[in-house]
Write a protein of this length. Structure first.
Lengths: 247, 247
DNA sequence: AGATACGGTAGTGTCGACACCATGGCATTG
DNA sequence: CAATGCCATGGTGTCGACACTACCGTATCT
């Protein structure tokens, strides 16, 4: 179930539909999902030989898949060096959320302006489904629905550039968000934020919607920061090791 | 002279420094410059065989260079189809400028907040140089200085994510801006805008700076739209033809 | 004539090979 | 013992080849 969700979401966010061969898409999805789910740790080697063996192909499609993920900020590539899972610094993360906040505020404003009642109703049913998932404590399902909700909002607004940038930023924060949503209580805050945002949209209050989504983004960053601090403490005792992707 | 400028700016905006092999960088620069300067027309074929012959290499590095430009929105690639020079629709262009306006406003606010006096002084000398170029009517030199000015501003602000996105959007608008700055009188408006923006920064008025840069962006879009209408008229008489890249 | 089917051409995606270089271990030196 | 230099290993960048397919002109049919 979650596997299918992951597959579906990544295919959309990476715009793999007709842009790339299925082989490349498959590799990009596997690696991307691995990074987001934490199966592949930040800084870990992603050498193309191992990956090509794993998928029983040559290194060419692997390289292409890694380049796709590089542009989404999930993978770091330097010439002649082995590609690695991106390891954004705390500053990077703050920068990302800062930009994201600004663009999400813009998104909310445009949504109020452009979404018709039917589209708002669709969003409403989505949020209601998410409420159920949140109450059930189904973090994974909630997580992916959340991503799809924002993706749908960007679609409704209809600004392709904005959609692409927000999708890219979403990907960068996905691995972090996955962690942060797991924090106790975070899920409840998140669904509350979504409901309030949608209500503001229904009341056609663009200012309020912008403010709400900006606030929600700030809280999301805060949750991520706390989670990272906690991780850092744990890691302090058992210093980080570097593994290969092939393991 | 302008060739060197182009080379230098593209290398920065595409982040080619240590990210790619020199061979790939060279191809990406050539194609990218061609698109921006209008040597390669929107919609034109960019097949990898011709390009590899031109650079006396195999198709692998060509493919990689094209993928780089695809991520910057200068090239469109679909699986199994020949890559083409991007041909953004009017709607696409409006979308880009809309996002750009928002992010530039954000940039101006942060600039006021974070730039120290020394950095402002540096920007001041840049703008003064640009004033000279504008008065001399040296469109090309002004054009690239303008790009570098904004790139420097993003650097000063120090938000990597913001910088990358703005650089990417800058690239997308470069070919359009090149046209629009050529319009009579446009150059004078542009340099005035820059001077007013910088003054607002020096007076530490973030609100004003944001408003000014947003206004300047709107005017830039307007100029591009007028130019495109004009082009459309000309093209109406002599319908467009499609050429090969190898010509 | 317009539409559809067909076939040759030319370009794309993938592969395996090879030269070059980053990396990490080892020995040598101060 | 630390620091430097050297080598073997293994990974990257590029190449030329090959299968497959989009494209385009031609022929056929209605």
């Amino acid at each position: 179930m979650t596997d299918q969700d992951t597959h579906f979401v990544l295919e959309r966010l990476l715009r793999l539909r007709d842009r790339r061969e299925p082989l490349v898409a498959q590799i990009a999805e596997w690696v991307g999902a691995g990074i987001i789910e934490g199966r592949l740790e930040p800084g870990q080697d992603l050498n193309s030989v191992d990956l090509s063996r794993r998928f029983d192909t040559s290194r060419t499609p692997v390289r292409e898949a890694l380049m796709l993920l590089e542009q989404e900020g999930l993978v770091e590539m330097k010439a002649r060096r082995r590609p690695r899972v991106a390891a954004p610094s705390l500053q990077d993360i703050r920068d990302i959320y800062q930009v994201r906040r600004q663009l999400l505020a813009m998104l909310a404003g445009l949504l109020v302006e452009r979404a018709d009642d039917e589209q708002l109703a669709e969003l409403r049913t989505r949020v209601e489904r998410m409420r159920k998932l949140a109450d059930d404590g189904d973090v994974d399902a909630y997580f992916w629905s959340h991503v799809l909700l924002q993706e749908r909002m960007t679609e409704i607004v209809g600004n392709t550039t904005l959609k692409q940038i927000l999708d890219s930023l979403a990907l960068r924060t996905l691995m972090l968000r996955h962690l942060s949503l797991t924090r106790t209580g975070r899920l409840a805050y998140s669904i509350d934020d979504q409901e309030r945002l949608l209500q503001a949209c229904e009341e056609r209050d663009g200012e309020l919607a912008s403010a709400l989504i900006a606030g929600a983004t700030v809280r999301a960053l805060r949750a991520v920061e706390e989670q990272l601090e906690q991780d850092a403490e744990v890691r302090g005792r058992k210093p980080a090791r570097r593994r290969r992707a092939s393991s």
